[in-house]
Write a protein that binds this ligand. Structure first.
Ligand SMILES: *[C@@H]1O[C@H](CO)[C@@H](O)[C@H](O)[C@H]1NC(C)=O
Ligand SMILES: *[C@@H]1O[C@H](CO)[C@@H](O)[C@H](O)[C@H]1NC(C)=O
Length: 426
């Protein structure tokens, strides 16, 4: 028998241990309850030593955040935050501080709502966070402050059912794809119908899993009868007018679908899911067929672009090159596919810019790329446009609070798209 040196022996056992851990994990994932907890991670909260009902703990000015309850169309109650922009805050500071609330059942009775309604140029960003945690977890609050710096721009964000303080009353008492889409539709319907805020002054912003919720919800407001959404979502009442033309849809670190994501995804950039099965297509298909929630975002974006005849669809995709969880190459692939769709429309043009001082052979694919495609109507603000920006820093989570995302939101509000990002040079 071959004699292994002790160090080789040790690494052999470490590898074998990792392999067994992975195999046990994969078998466990076949259980839908475990699968839901692994995907949504709604029970994982890194911030419960903070008090989410006290936004000052997260660095907000007194009264700048109004925590409130929002009822979904199927009877869940979501825990939400409304964040005031700095310009509005400064102008009304005394009143805001005096009337600050820790939580309200009726946002419409709040000072924040009064200030949103008062200005006919108010804008709203509806924010859809990623999996795990709650509205104020991690870098999420950086995003809110970045958006608060945009003039007249209010932000609304909610925890999905089962996350944070949001309820989980409906069977199966787990977050699900139809459930989260119902939450997303309810949030948008709340802004457009309950608050009577127009969609052309509304930007939808999602990160990671939130991009899947954003896209599905946006598609509902474009084509509610589409076959690309689950049949079990509960419609808002009254049925919204469609199609709704949002100022923009900003997707940060998206993925084409969950099965495609899992082929390359590594938990925390380390622990693989389906990639060890690359050479075993039959076993991989076995697992892929058992993914309960497929989240086919690319398909839904295609449907969004083609179903909204003569109305504005502006999609911005941002992805950090150093994202260790979801590769920026997935965004590049999504963009390419969307570009092909838009190029088949009348008068469409595409452009791209790449920046690096390495040049030629040494240009890594996707280095600081900006690509854009728009149809002939885009210049009037009523056409279709899709842009991709691969940014250099920010990883998977931190990037959402970075300036590039705030700038993409600003560009979206500027109908007609006069602006181009300034790209970083390596
Ligand atoms: C959280 O903060 C709110 C507002 O300051 C306060 O009313 C509530 O008691 C706090 N909760 C806990 C558990 O400290
Ligand atoms: C939301 O739903 C809860 C529980 O069903 C109910 O008590 C509350 O009155 C509802 N709020 C609004 C604003 O409709």
């Amino acid at each position: 028998m071959v004699q292994f040196s002790p160090i080789l022996k040790k690494s052999y056992w470490v590898l074998a241990g990792l392999g067994i851990t992975w195999a046990v994990f994969m078998v466990a994932l076949l259980n839908p309850w475990i699968q839901s907890h692994a995907l949504y991670a709604h029970k994982i909260n890194t911030g419960f030593w903070y008090n989410v009902s006290n936004p000052e703990q997260f660095g907000f000015a007194k009264g700048q955040v109004t925590p409130f309850s929002l009822n979904t169309t199927d009877g869940e109650t979501l825990y939400c935050w409304h964040v005031l922009p700095y310009d509005v805050y400064l102008e009304h500071e005394d009143e805001i501080v005096q009337k600050a609330v820790t939580h309200t059942e009726d946002f419409k009775a709040s000072v924040a709502h009064k200030l949103l309604r008062k200005d006919s140029e108010s804008r709203v960003v509806i924010n859809f966070h990623g999996n795990a945690g709650h509205v104020a977890d991690g870098f999420r609050t950086h995003t809110y402050r970045s958006v608060a710096g945009i003039p007249k721009t209010h932000l609304l964000t909610c925890d999905y059912r089962g996350f944070g303080y949001s309820t989980l009353r409906n069977a199966p008492h787990l977050p699900t794809e139809p459930g989260l889409i119902t939450d997303g539709i309810s949030m948008i319907s709340y802004v457009l119908q309950t608050l009577s805020h127009p969609s052309d002054r509304t930007v939808l912003l999602g990160q990671s899993l939130g991009t899947a919720v954003t896209t599905a919800s946006a598609l509902y407001f474009t084509d509610p009868s589409t076959s690309n959404l689950p049949k079990t979502i509960t419609a808002p009442s009254p049925i919204p007018k469609t199609p709704q033309a949002f100022a923009g849809i900003v997707l940060v670190a998206p993925f084409p679908s969950l099965p495609i994501l899992l082929q390359s995804y590594k938990i925390k950039g380390f622990f693989p899911i389906l990639s060890p099965l690359k050479g075993y297509p039959k076993i991989r298909a076995f697992f892929e067929n058992r993914i309960v929630d497929q989240w086919p975002t690319l398909l839904r974006l295609q449907a969004l672009l083609t179903s909204a005849a003569k109305s504005r669809v502006h999609i911005s995709i941002l992805h950090a090159r150093n994202d260790q969880e979801i590769s920026f190459q997935l965004s590049e692939a999504m963009y390419s596919s969307l570009e092909t769709s838009v190029l088949s429309m009348e008068g469409a043009t595409a452009s791209q810019e790449r920046r690096t001082i390495h040049g030629g052979e040494r240009v890594r694919r996707g280095a600081f790329v900006y690509r854009k495609v728009e149809d002939g109507d885009a210049a009037t603000g009523k056409g279709k446009s899709v842009e991709l920006e691969v940014v250099r820093f920010g990883g998977h989570n931190e990037v959402v609070g970075f300036s590039q995302v705030g700038l993409a939101v600003r560009r979206a509000f500027e109908h007609g798209g006069r602006f181009m990002p300034g790209l970083d040079v390596e």
